[in-house]
Design a protein around this ligand. Structure first.
Ligand SMILES: C[C@H](O)[C@H](O)[C@@H](O)C(=O)CO
Ligand SMILES: [Mn+2]
Length: 418
């Protein structure tokens, strides 16, 4: 640890103490908030079931940056580097198509054994795993419907896939001693004017009900449903809309997933957290960055990421909100994308934990909105960066952009040869 880092930290600690904030307590809390990194940033959502197949379901990874992971071993090596450059607790979020098998396994036949390497890898690194059934990029999702499909057999195929996925997820939780959050997202929808908007939603409800019939220990597995506004090719109608998923999660008391890119461009999920927490037991966040559409850009330390973190910290939702990331940018180094986005999510959390929330709350209750605004703005320029650097150093991770050197070396030695 450099003397400069130490001195800056001591000064920062004092400045925050003057506003009533205990920096060590904030860092301890940050040490208890995992961020779940998504596997799909590493290979443009291709997976290992059929990597040459098209990415469908109305999502797109754009860009052609060299070095995409082509095998599970490559993906694990890439994410290992990213993990080493990000401070504090992390989890890893897998999709069903990231299975490993020496023979073709269809989605309705996936089993825990197909993810055994992932579990051994996670165990060695003391990482929790999360999971997702993959209801896209498959011939039986080609016409835009899965769990809400009008054809009973196709619907059943996806129900069976989601049931099998829950078994995998519960196994992750059992093996790793931390519950796996399993997110159900379906791309179901229509490109153009839709006459019967009701029947697909009714079928989706019934299908998820059937998926959820088997009971799992909450210590191993948590169910979540993710809403969406529209997808490419499903611009006019999305079966699993926000109202659908909120109603479903609230009535079944399961987790709701809020993806930052799944709402109208001026709508923000930070403001939804306090509402939905009145009705659902827990939330899964897909922290992302929509640019004009659900473009899944790398997360920045921007106002909305900060506001999301503030909501979690201000309402002390640490045990009820699961923080996941969801972006896939193929136009830049994919490992750097993971590092930039995850470090930013953690920086936002640190800054939120360093906020003098009690003082601000008191001012608000007293109706002193002038002082509330003044304090909120002044505390933005307190030296949080010195705390961040100390936190990184305590975790043996580069405190500044020095991490990029490791990514560049790896790019030269490994990614460039793929
Ligand atoms: C690959 C993910 O499951 C997917 O991004 C989903 O979470 C989503 O947000 C779809 O738009
Ligand atoms: Mn998402």
């Amino acid at each position: 640890m450099t003397r400069l880092t130490e001195q800056a930290f001591e000064l920062a600690k004092q400045r925050f103490a003057d506003t009533g904030v205990d920096v060590e307590a904030a860092m301890n809390q940050l040490d208890r908030i995992p961020v779940s990194m998504h596997c799909w940033q590493g290979d443009d959502v291709r997976g290992f079931e059929n990597p040459q197949g098209a990415l469908t379901g109305g999502i797109q990874a754009t860009g052609n940056y060299p070095g995409r992971a082509r095998t599970a071993a490559e993906l694990r090596a890439d994410v290992d580097l990213a993990l080493s450059l990000i401070p504090g607790p992390k989890r890893f979020n897998l999709h069903a198509i990231y299975l490993e098998s020496d023979r073709p396994v269809d989605r309705n036949e996936i089993e825990p054994q197909h993810f055994a390497n992932w579990v051994s890898w996670a165990k060695e690194r003391q990482l929790g795993l999360d999971f997702n059934p993959t209801c896209f990029s498959h011939p039986l999702s080609a016409d835009g419907f899965t769990l809400s499909h009008a054809d009973k057999n196709i619907r059943q195929f996806w129900i069976d896939h989601c049931k099998a996925s829950r078994k995998v997820s519960a196994w992750f939780g059992e093996q790793l001693g931390t519950p796996s959050v399993m997110n159900i997202w379906v791309p179901d929808g229509m490109k153009d004017l839709t006459i019967d908007r009701f029947a697909p939603r009714q079928r989706l409800m019934q299908s998820i009900d059937e998926v959820l019939t088997e009971k799992f220990d909450a210590a191993h597995h948590i169910d979540a449903v993710e809403s969406k506004l529209f997808g490419i090719g499903a611009e006019s109608y999305t079966v699993g809309s926000n109202e659908f998923c909120l109603g479903y999660a609230a009535s079944r008391q399961i987790a709701l997933t809020l993806d930052a890119g799944h709402f109208h461009p001026t709508e923000v999920i930070s403001d939804k957290i306090s509402t939905v927490m009145l009705y659902v037991p827990r939330l899964l966040l897909h922290v992302s960055r929509p640019v004009r559409w659900d473009s899944d850009h790398v997360v920045l330390l921007d106002d909305e990421t900060q506001a999301i973190a503030q909501e979690i910290a201000r309402q002390k939702l640490f045990d009820k909100v699961h923080i996941g990331l969801d972006f896939f940018d193929a136009s830049i180094n994919r490992i750097a994308a993971w590092v930039i986005g995850t470090r930013n999510a953690k920086k936002a959390l640190l800054r939120a934990l360093l906020e003098p929330t009690d003082k601000l709350r008191t001012l608000e209750s007293a109706g002193d909105y002038t002082a509330r605004l003044a304090l909120l703005e002044e505390q933005k320029s307190l030296p949080w960066q010195a705390v961040w650097e100390m936190w990184c150093e305590r975790h043996d991770v580069p405190a500044d952009a020095g991490w990029l050197r490791s990514v560049r070396d790896y790019e030269e030695q490994t990614l460039s040869k793929r």
